[in-house]
Design a protein around this ligand. Sequence first.
Ligand SMILES: [Ca+2]
Ligand SMILES: [Ca+2]
Ligand SMILES: [Ca+2]
Length: 324
Amino acid sequence: MRIGYYLKTSILAASIWLASLSGVNPAKAIAIVPVNLAANGAFEEANTSPWVITGTTSAISIQAKDNHTEGGTHSAAYWSASAFHFTISQTIEGLPDGRYRLSAWTQGGGGENVSRLFAKDYGGEQLSADITHTGYAQWKQSQLTHINIEVTNGTCTIGIEIQGNDGNWGSLDDVTFTRIGDTESTSVPLDINPIQISTIIHVAPQLPTVVKAVYRDDYSYKTTPVTWETVTENTYAQTGQFQVMGVVQGSDIPAIATASVTLKSADLNGDQAVNVADLALVVYYLQAAVGTANWEVAAMADINNDGHVDIADLQRLVEQMVRA
Ligand SMILES: [Ca+2]
Ligand SMILES: [Ca+2]
Ligand SMILES: [Ca+2]
C-alpha cells in the first residue's frame, strides 16, 4: 500500500531527525561565545573610523547617550528636523569562507520609511532585515539569522540604513557579526522541516517548490529547492491524509509533505451553518453533472467534487449536518 509505504518511510526519517537532535548538549552550545568580527560594534571606542556614514551625515553621530552595551556609555544616535536618509556601515575583510550572522540592537520612536539591517558584497545578493521601533528605550534586536550570509569572497559590508521623516529619532548599538559555520560546500548536513498542505478532493495538492532546510550544526536555516515525487490522481480521490516525499540536495533525509484531502464545504449558501437550507440546494441540483446546462451554478452542490450531484453528495451533506 502506498500510504503504508509513506508512513514507514516518514517514521524512519523522523527517527533519524530525532536522533540527530538528541546528540546535542544545550549547555555546551551556550558556553561558546562567538567572536564579534565587527569593529567598534558597541560604539564605545574613540576610533570611530571603521564605521562609514553616507547620505545625510548630519543626522547620525556617535554620542554618549542611549547606550545599550553593558558597562558602556555610547551609541550611534540619529535625529533630524527634516527628512533624512543615511547608511552607517563597515567592510570587514580577511573572512574565511563560511556562514555568518549579523545582529544589532536599536531603539527609537518609529515612523521611518526605511529602517533596516543589511549585509552585502560578500559574494551573494544583499540581504536585509527590517527594523521596527516602538518607543524610547524599547530596545529591539534585529538579526540576519535564519538567512545565512554565506561569505565566498573574503569580505562583507554590514550596516544599517534609515530613511526617515521630519523628527524621526533612534539609536543603534551592539552590532555583532559572527561566524556560525562552514559553507554548504563542506557538507554541513541539512534537516528538512516537514510540510503540511491541504487540498479539496479531486484537486491536485499544490506542493511548494522550496522547503526550509535546517543546518544540523547550528540550526540556522535557508530555503532550498525540492523535487517531489509524482502524485497520482487516485491519491487525492478520497478524503483523508497522504504523504509525499521529496528530494533536497545536500540532505540525506527526504522532505515530507503531509497532505489533507477534504470535501468541499457543505455550507452551500454561506450562512456559516450546515442545515436543511443547504440540503434543499443539493436536492434542487440533483442529477446535474459536468456538461449539463446548469453545471456552472450546480457545481457548488457537488460536495465530493466528482463531477455530478447525486446521492453521494446528499450523504456527505447529511454527515456534516449530524457533526455540526
Ligand atoms: Ca554602546
Ligand atoms: Ca448553510
Ligand atoms: Ca458529487
